[in-house]
Design a protein around this ligand. Structure first.
Ligand code: ZN
Length: 335
């Protein structure tokens, strides 16, 4: 089974034919292909995670599974007796796999989606005030499938939100009816609004009202009790941006209240050593943190059965027909 059709890495032609088979030391037989258009000869592992990898796939998966179940970089190297640079190289390769699978997933269309947005934080390199840290991580998760669309880290500033919202805007284009639920962070709604609004013609005179795209809802959960405060009490749940009049808001307060992404954040503190509290396994750099997040993204979405739904998130979401194996995923050609 192949995730994508095999293309020529030189000219992108799909007109390729089998050339010959060669034997590898630890990963069995591999095929060589010949491009019929440009006569380029290439191995089936060209431009995939498996290119230049000699260790058996089963061993790599064992190691990466441990890494995404909470074992730190150094501990993983000690346990599996591998060099730190080997493990780092494997993890870095995941950024290509992540981009490829992200594009692949985003090429699907969805009827309805409720996205939960949240942010959480870890220490990077040394202790600095939380606001200055580059260890902020924004998570956007599809509620029903637990598929994580976005997981980017950086300083908690506008550019971090914009990155996440860009993903959301793409998702808006692929989904008929989409709701974003967030926990008190108003910036999501504001930036999303800037990106997604469309001018709505009321037929009346004057400047047309700006509203969100049809089918898009943003709801914010107001944190804490406002009971003791003076003045007008804020409702517990608020729709922050003007909706398109044809958008039907079908999300109840009870549905707004459920929070799965927070549970996922707790899981990530256990499973991603860089997010563990009160230890020295925290990330040493922002690039390093994003590297492990990309690994986590792939493993969480495409390989691991979710504890609650009992399904692999990519299967629940419908971007994969059935569960896949590390072998299949690692042999996907990068786009
Ligand atoms: Zn070619």
């Amino acid at each position: 089974m192949l995730l994508f059709t095999c293309k020529c890495p030189n000219c992108s032609s799909e007109n390729i034919r089998h050339d010959y088979v060669y034997r590898t030391i630890s990963n069995g037989d591999r095929e060589m292909f010949l491009c019929q258009d440009c006569k380029y000869s290439f191995s089936e592992t060209k431009n995939t995670f498996l290119q230049d990898i000699r260790k058996p796939v089963s061993k790599i998966w064992e190691v990466l599974n441990a890494r995404t179940e909470g074992t730190s970089l150094n501990a993983t190297c000690r346990i599996f007796k591998i060099a730190k640079n080997t493990l780092l190289a494997w993890e870095r390769k995941f950024s290509y796999l992540y981009s490829t699978l992200f594009i692949y997933s985003m090429a699907h269309t969805f009827i309805q989606s409720v996205i939960e947005g949240d942010e959480f934080y870890t220490k990077v390199k040394k202790n600095v005030p939380a606001e200055e840290s580059s260890g902020w991580t924004i998570v956007l998760m599809d509620r029903a499938s637990r598929f994580i669309w976005e997981m980017s880290c950086g300083k908690k500033d506008r550019s971090l939100f914009e990155k996440a919202i860009k993903t959301l805007a793409e998702l808006v284009n692929q989904t008929e009816d989409i709701t974003l639920l967030t926990d008190g962070e108003r910036r999501y709604g504001k930036i999303l609004f800037e990106i997604c609004h469309e001018l709505f013609q009321t037929g009346m005179r004057g400047r047309p009202r700006k509203v969100l795209k049809k089918g898009v809802t943003v709801r914010v959960k107001n944190k804490g009790s406002q009971a003791h405060k003076k003045g007008r009490k804020r409702p517990k749940y608020q729709t922050t941006c003007p909706q398109h009049p044809e958008t039907t808001n079908h999300i109840t307060d009870k549905e707004t209240h459920a929070n799965h992404v927070e549970a996922n954040n707790a899981a990530m503190r256990r499973k991603c050593s860089a997010y563990r509290r009160k230890t020295n396994t925290y990330a040493k750099s922002e690039t390093g943190l994003q590297r492990v997040l990309n690994v986590y993204w792939v493993v969480h979405n495409f390989l691991r059965v979710h504890f609650t739904t009992k399904k692999v998130p990519a299967v629940s979401l419908g971007v994969l027909e059935c569960e896949t194996t590390p072998e299949v995923l690692f042999s996907a050609q990068y786009v």
